[in-house]
Design a protein. Structure first.
Length: 89
């Protein structure tokens, strides 16, 4: 009985570790530029705004809002914001 309990615990731990490690974004996703993320995500729901549409401060607010709505990671949202602000200047 004790042996079965140990085996069950080991299988459960391996399963949890496998699940948690699979949640990390792949290198392919994290290597994308802000322009790529902007082009791939914004067009899914609306016509993407030109970088000159908003000021830097307005892009701060817009990207925070869209990070939540588009389910972007904080890193992705930062890349998009930096792309839009750089293209705006």
């Amino acid at each position: 009985m004790k042996k079965l309990s140990v085996i069950t615990s080991i299988i459960l731990m391996v399963g949890i570790i496998g699940y948690v490690s699979s949640c990390a974004p792949s290198a392919k996703i994290t290597a994308k530029t802000g322009a790529q993320i902007w082009g791939e995500n914004c067009i899914r729901c609306h016509n993407p705004a030109s970088p000159s549409t908003f000021s830097d401060v307005q892009w701060d607010v817009a990207t925070l809002h869209m990070q939540i709505r588009a389910n972007l990671t904080p890193e992705e949202a930062t890349k998009v914001k930096e792309f839009l602000q750089a293209a705006n200047n």
